[in-house]
Design a protein around this ligand. Structure first.
Ligand SMILES: Cc1cc2nc3c(=O)[nH]c(=O)nc-3n(C[C@H](O)[C@H](O)[C@H](O)COP(=O)(O)OP(=O)(O)OC[C@H]3O[C@@H](n4cnc5c(N)ncnc54)[C@H](O)[C@@H]3O)c2cc1C
Length: 358
């Protein structure tokens, strides 16, 4: 194969969200040159395109990237648009080289070079690649979603913007993670809203002894406990998240009807594990996201469930790295709070690899 044609870069970062920007910062600190490519039109679009009422669940104090603080009350929470604009400003202030509105549709490696094929034609050639494409771009819906009659509106929470786009009548939100809870609460103001819950969620209070829960998690070192140790593995399994006015009691007060697990759909009739059933007009699936790295066409890079194969962000494929994978190294990895450390970690590995080669 001819690997000589295409725009060349030393290091290519795919994705210019917070993880990609953290990688750019780490590469620049290490004196390494790079190019970024992002599918979105504007930096921060992955945040901007989330539901209208979203505010971050992490306080501003731990929601910024190195060198530029997020302006505002450090104990308060940024709106999603505020944070999107922050990312846009971060990229502009640092003058990072970013090719926008350009999706990488295939990544190959030929000898020592990576070839990133672009949607619409063309390719980028680099000696190393950092993949920072996010963990929330492939919505997952359960099998039963396919059996819904076409006159019942359904969407994944990733596509939900506001209550105005939901048909009148009872709306069932399936999945009681943070997004499912937020959306059910918002919908209860205008619709009969039901929330189907799966396994019992471990919810943490927003404040303990007058201090924000994130202060405690940082102080106790729990955000940085290794993903590979016993405590890390247990935390990951339990997957607790802090509530902010969306605990069960608050949901009930807002008018949300809490249901057990959804087990079947029979036309408009939704049936729940506790034997109850309800007629519904629409469904929002807040049922999580899958990994789909099929576009990385390199032997050994992707697992049987299309997941990225890596340890602490380092792929077994020499020169291939990740930033922003949930639990990449610890709990903070999938949060704004953790991407800078993870980026510094993989960039140090990359720097040593290059030093050995030259
Ligand atoms: C609803 C919700 C709320 C959250 N709230 C918080 C919070 O309060 N605090 C917190 O710390 N974390 C939060 N997170 C988790 C995490 O911080 C976000 O998911 C964040 O967007 C992850 O940043 P990222 O850079 O890894 O990925 P993304 O923000 O998804 O950015 C990935 C970028 O890669 C680009 N891209 C993807 N594929 C390609 C491709 N093939 N070619 C080119 N470009 C590509 C996309 O256009 C995008 O710009 C939240 C997540 C969700 C879903």
């Amino acid at each position: 194969m001819d690997s000589s044609k295409g725009l060349r870069a030393d290091i290519l970062i795919i994705g210019a969200g917070q993880a990609g920007l953290a990688a750019a910062n780490a590469l620049r600190m290490a004196g390494l040159s790079f190019l970024m490519v992002d599918a979105g039109q504007a930096i921060g679009d992955s945040w901007r395109n989330r539901y209208d009422t979203l505010t971050l669940f992490t306080p501003r104090r731990i929601s910024s990237l190195p060198g530029i603080p997020l302006i505002g009350d450090p104990d308060g929470y940024a709106t999603k648009d505020e944070f999107s604009d922050y990312l846009e400003r971060y990229a502009a202030s640092n003058g990072y080289p970013i090719i926008r509105s350009t999706k990488v549709v295939r990544l190959e490696k030929v000898d020592e070079l990576f070839l990133a094929y672009l949607e619409g034609g063309g390719r980028l050639i680099s000696q190393a690649v950092i993949v920072a494409t996010g963990a929330f771009s492939t919505p997952r819906t359960p099998e039963i979603s396919y059996s819904l009659p076409s006159d019942i509106q359904q969407m994944h929470v990733a596509d939900f913007r506001n209550a105005g786009s939901i048909t009148s009548g009872p709306v069932l939100v399936v999945g009681d993670g943070a997004s499912g809870r937020d959306v059910a609460m918002e919908l209860a103001a205008s619709h009969r809203a039901l929330l189907a819950r799966g396994r019992q969620r471990k919810l943490l209070p927003e404040n303990i002894l007058g201090r924000n829960i994130w202060w405690w998690l940082e102080r106790l070192g729990l955000l940085r406990v290794s993903a590979y140790g016993l405590i890390g593995r247990r935390m990951r399994k339990a997957d607790p998240f802090p509530t902010r006015g969306n605990d069960d009691a608050s949901l009930i007060r807002s008018g949300v009807s809490l249901k057990s697990r959804l087990i079947a759909l029979d036309g408009r009739r939704a049936k729940f594990e506790d034997g109850s059933s309800e007629d519904i007009g629409s469904i929002i699936w807040a049922t999580g996201y899958a990994q789909d790295f099929r576009w990385i066409d390199i032997e050994g890079a992707v697992g049987s469930r299309y997941e990225a194969v890596h340890r602490e962000g380092i792929s077994p494929v020499a020169g291939l790295y990740y930033v922003g994978r949930p639990w990449q190294r610890n709990r903070a990895s999938g949060l704004i709070a953790g991407v800078a450390d993870d980026a510094a970690f993989v960039v140090e590995h990359l720097r040593r690899l290059r030093a050995r080669r030259t």
